[in-house]
Design a protein around this ligand. Sequence first.
Ligand code: GLY
Length: 405
Amino acid sequence: MNLKRIVTGVALVALIVGCGNNKEAFINDNIVFAEKQIANTLRVSKDINRIPRTIESDGSLKEVNIYNWTSGFFAGNLWYMYKLTGDEKWKNEAITRTEVLDTIQYWSGNHDVGFMIGDSYGLGYRFAGIKEYAPVVVQTAKSLCERYNDTTKCIESWNYRKAWDGKTEWFFPVIIDNMMNLELLYEASIISGDERYSKIATQHALTTMKNHYRPDYSCVHVVDYDENTGAVKDKATCQGFADNSAWSRGQAWGLYGYVLCYRYTNDKQFLDFAENIAKYIIEHPNMPEDLVPYWDYNVFDKGFKAEWDYDPNHKLIGARDASAAAITSSALFELARITANSYYQVSAEKMLFSLSENYKARENNQYFILDHSVGSFPHNGEIDVPLAYADYYFLEALDRYKECK
Ligand code: GLY
């Protein structure tokens, strides 16, 4: 354990939280800021078919259509505002921004429907008890399961594409992000009573454990399978620095995924696995003192070769990824609740405090909550910008912090 970091963390917690009142003030200040930002987003983003995602290079708001993998997060942010404040105005806005995604339940073009429907309809069902949303979650699970293959024993993430080398072909690529779809499948089984969805979720998690993870509990971004034999054909990165590196958001998706698998299955192997991933992240020698990681843990290390057009002098090569910290913080709050281990609680709080203190978006930064995330460095896109999903997991982490004793 990195004692210095933990001691600093404990000191920071003591300083900022101190007593219940300070915790309440911290949460309230962040809610007030988020309310202001999101109210402004609603004002400038009026067309409900255009969904706020990030900013363009000229600083203008970048909006996407419903088929973009990020389409569910804005509705999700509104649902979290409703949960955090109890104010019906957020619920009404959330309903409007959720129902625009209606047709996605029948879509099986890629694996991202867990984000799109789980964080919109799924939250509306859980937070507001809207019963009509339950069949949408189940239909989405049905569509997602069309991508499950009994031979590979996992869900295909993307359709055919090539790796960065321009030659390697991926026919059945599965990315670590896919672990985030499993919540929707488990929920669909609870709603419908049909165990097929939860069985597929558990099998996908087991296959990913075997093929995505390395002995040190870091994971590769992409594993490509032979769909006729189930054999692993390639292990590579798409959004990380190198095929053998640890892309920060990927590590966060994996951690979050195994914590949620334990929540639904009570299977101790998922909890043990999540704890090992958590330790890998928190104690990584390249983790900065404030626990907001660089966009890839190995970006400055020797022995990692980028296959994409890499410029070591890029002025943002050392960019942090606030989205990875927000996802990790949220997952660690849940891990702390499950294990009652203050080590996870202190780390989750430290990430949340760092984001709140030093990674907030400027007020005119198209009204996102956080700045300083990285979408995909190798694609030279969305580097050191606000991202709707960073805001989503920040609000979720804030809510989990609020709920914990
Ligand atoms: N799921 C895509 C990403 O994390 O960038």
